[in-house]
Write a protein that binds this ligand. Structure first.
Ligand code: 2P0
Length: 321
């Protein structure tokens, strides 16, 4: 039986998406900019389901009953493959799932990539963006390597700002907890959109943050990218906090990582952070400082682990027969 296996990497947003324009089709209300990382990987195998008359999804070997993130992309893609074949989808992550490490982005991007190859489709990037977005608003960014822009004013066009070797920076992912988050991003975004008094400010500042980050990345300006990334991150977490009910994904360990980042910065190291819908801290740094940053965070905080990554490339097929 034909099986197709694809891999994709997660991406971490420097200018973030938090809030949908349209919940039905899962369309973000703002543009975002991300980095794709290399050592973290979702591996997705697909093959025809001969046992059941429905799709089945297994994540890390356990069957998932909630198919709400994969059915819309599969329905969209079936218009290109012209088949209603049911699939078994087996997805593995080499990192914690559903804990703020963008597993849905890399999971969906690897599924769309596997599907395209499985049915010999030649989809253009805009169709792949659409398929990914129907699954997860951050997933289209994982279709591209390096620094990526997803432009909501241009039909969510995704483009590469810099290729991964053009500005070699490192990403250290401080794992502060492996527990799945209590409020999903999807629920949290809807709560913030409906209740945060500063949600409109968050929407209004998006253009400015996108422009600042675009210029900083093109100029390889670490200090400029630090300013806009941290300002954008702080504002998103303020939007979450001012929501009703108030949403907070950070823990004491998250805060202790932030304190060490300030200390390292005061000692002259070039680094900055971002935090998503989870307690993990992502540190972006000059490779010259990677080792000392990693050692310091491990020595001075109670992190479970610090995962090292460089910038990663686009998804790819690793096995087809
Ligand atoms: C981002 N996050 O831009 C932001 C920052 C989390 C915080 O996109 O509902 O899994 O599937 O579109 O993409 C995580 O949310 O949400 C996310 P859905 P998604 O990376």
């Amino acid at each position: 039986m034909k099986e197709t296996v694809a891999i994709a990497h997660p991406n971490f947003a420097l200018v973030k998406y938090w809030g949908k324009r349209n919940s039905n089709q899962n369309r973000p209300a703002m543009s975002s900019i991300s980095v794709t990382v290399d050592t973290m990987i979702s591996t997705t195998k697909i093959f025809k389901n001969t046992q059941l008359n429905q799709h089945q999804l297994f994540i890390n070997g356990i069957e998932e009953s909630d198919l709400s993130k994969i059915l819309p992309p599969l329905e969209y893609l079936s218009e290109f493959s012209r088949t209603d074949e049911n699939l078994v989808i087996e997805s593995q992550n080499n990192f914690p799932t559903s804990s703020g490490l963008a597993s849905s982005a890399s999971g969906i991007a690897s599924l769309v990539t596997a599907y395209e190859a499985h049915y010999d489709l030649c989809l253009d990037i805009n169709h792949k963006v659409e398929a990914c977005m129907l699954g997860s608003g951050s997933a289209p960014r994982s279709l591209i390597g390096g620094f990526v822009l997803m432009d909501h004013k241009n039909n969510y066009r995704c483009s590469q700002i810099l290729k991964e070797p053009e500005w070699p920076i490192d990403v250290l992912i401080c794992i502060t907890s492996k527990d799945p988050k209590e409020i999903s991003s999807r629920e949290g975004m809807e709560i913030s959109k409906k209740t945060s008094p500063i949600y409109q400010d968050w929407l209004d500042i998006n253009d400015k943050h996108i422009n600042l980050a675009m210029n900083a990345i093109k100029d390889k300006d670490m200090a400029g990218l630090e300013n806009v990334t941290e300002e954008n991150c702080k504002l998103m977490h303020k939007v979450m906090k001012t929501s009703n009910p108030s949403i907070s994904y950070m823990t004491d360990v998250t805060h202790s990582c932030l304190a060490e980042i300030e200390n390292l910065r005061s000692s002259g190291h070039s680094l900055f952070y971002t935090i998503d819908a989870g307690p993990q801290v992502k540190i972006i740094c000059d490779p010259k400082s990677t080792e000392i940053i990693r050692d310091t965070i491990i020595d001075k905080t109670s992190v479970i682990d610090v995962v090292y990554a460089g910038l990663g490339g686009p998804p790819r097929i690793i096995d087809e027969d």
